[in-house]
Design a protein around this ligand. Sequence first.
Ligand code: ATP
Length: 132
Amino acid sequence: MAELMKLQVICPDRVFYDGEVSMVELNTTEGEIGIYPRHIPLTCIIAPGILTITEKSGLKNAALHSGFVQILPDKVTVMAEVAEWPDEIDLGRAEAAKGRAEDRIKGKDSKTDIARAETALQRAIARINVIK
Ligand code: ATP
């Protein structure tokens, strides 16, 4: 049987997830990471992407946009600004946000904050991918 560790995902307005898991995958500013029990202690900054939680009974996916993660050998704690389950995501809104961000990036207007547009694009893509 796979070894388990505790996972908590805390958002400002709710405890998004609290349970025992055998693996967690998420995106960080350093790239995607997969975390198993007994991982070396580490703290990372979260980048927009898909959070994949492997439980005894199967996989759960969510969109996770920003925050940080503290990894300890027996516990992973995610302090998230925004996390969403697939049934909470409005696909049309995410597609509209993706279009706006792409237009801003393509427009190359000197007043555009490109980094902000790129992060908005990543958030929209994470939302779309978690549904599809
Ligand atoms: P938008 O431009 O559509 O507001 P955004 O990426 O700028 O998208 P965020 O700042 O990440 O939005 O989120 C603001 C709030 O709106 C959060 O509570 C988030 O969960 C919610 N939200 C944003 N996009 C969606 C969506 N497509 N479906 C459901 N909730 C969303």
